[in-house]
Design a protein around this ligand. Structure first.
Ligand code: MRU
Length: 339
């Protein structure tokens, strides 16, 4: 399993996911500017991985201010935090990881700056290792509900590349196979940036799990004709009432699953559940640039200057979600996470 983010000889690296699966290239992250660029262009992506990237990005970015006085160090912390959070507004884990590191720094503001910085680095590493453990628990909590046979449909990429560990929805699928279940996995290609085709199909094939790539608009056909028994996806932000933002196309899948009487599950760590967002309509949806739609790689596929719309995510209402699998167990409706 490829690790999307790691240290080697005290240097932080990420794998450039925009080039996978055809090229494996590492990007050196020297400061928060490198990290912000990498997040914006989706070199690192997936909500849990963004939480880890945000925490490391802030800490690495503050390294050059370690010799400044405390006031200036804390001021830089605010500036860098908002620069990083602004890169991708929908996945709550990004702000969550950054906030967690900032809170620890503020709670220890009586220490010297270098000691505060060391605590921040340690906290970022904790976020990383806890994410690995959360993936394991999500997989353990969820694998039993995967059907023994028939087929499962998934969307976007929720595997090791999107997290610190095994993955969320894909982790559940992988663990089900390790426990002898044998459903066939259909993988939505996930337009426009093809995370399903490029990353999920590849990760499943690496795990030797039988899978078939399909275009996003085949879902209704597959549900009617190919024994789809379950849809399982990840999440970028879950509101307190269970409404869930995930990759564009997820909402449509949930409606189709409902129509066909198919179970529709979300798998995500509790760090993706946002206490401050009461319902889905309050979630900010990231709008990506139109060229991601009108071109595939360097190839123009639509008329030049054609108008485009490119929301990166949509919101699935809680009432369409059969269950939400987290590291703490499976939640069923009615969802009320912060009662
Ligand atoms: O735009 P992306 O690739 O960051 O979108 C990722 C998704 O929508 C995933 O489904 C979600 O982050 C869950 S990842 C475990």
């Amino acid at each position: 399993m490829i690790k999307p983010i790691f240290f080697k000889d005290n240097q932080l690296y990420i794998v450039d996911q925009t080039l996978l699966p055809t090229k494996y290239k590492l990007i050196k992250i020297k400061d928060h500017i490198d990290m912000a660029k990498a997040i914006k262009r989706l070199s690192i992506r997936g909500a849990p991985a963004l939480g880890i990237a945000g925490a490391y990005g802030l800490t690495i970015g503050l390294q050059k201010f370690i010799n400044e006085n405390k006031t200036s160090f804390f001021k830089q912390m605010e500036i860098i935090s908002s620069e990083l959070i602004d890169t991708r507004p929908t996945a709550v884990n990004l702000a969550w990881g950054i906030d967690r590191v900032c809170k620890l720094a503020k709670a220890n503001n009586f220490l010297s700056v270098d000691k505060i910085w060391n605590l921040m680095l340690q906290e970022s590493k904790n976020i990383h290792s806890q994410d690995i453990a959360m993936c394991e628990s999500i997989a353990k909590n969820g694998y039993e509900i995967v059907p023994e046979k028939g087929a499962v449909l998934t969307h976007c990429n929720t595997g090791g590349l999107a997290t610190g560990g095994l993955g969320t929805a894909l982790g559940v699928i992988i663990r089900a196979f390790q426990n002898g279940k044998k459903p066939h996995i259909f993988v939505d290609e996930t337009r426009p940036l093809l995370q399903g085709a490029r990353l999920t199909a590849w990760e499943l094939m690496e795990e030797k799990i039988p899978c078939t790539l399909c275009t996003d608009n085949m879902a209704a056909y597959l549900m009617r004709n190919k024994s789809i028994k379950m849809v399982i996806v990840g999440a970028d932000r879950i509101a307190a009432n269970g409404d869930t933002a995930n990759k564009i196309g997820t909402y449509g899948l949930a409606i189709l699953a409902h129509f066909h009487g198919i179970d529709f599950y979300i798998a995500a760590p509790t760090s993706t559940i946002d206490k401050l967002t009461k319902k889905g309509s309050h979630i900010i949806i990231e709008e990506r640039k139109g060229s991601e739609l009108s071109r595939i790689g360097s190839q123009q596929i639509a008329p030049i200057n054609c108008k485009t719309i490119s929301p990166a995510f949509d919101v699935t209402p809680a009432k369409l979600i059969t269950g939400i699998i987290t590291e703490k167990g499976i939640n069923y409706p009615p969802y009320n996470f912060f009662k």
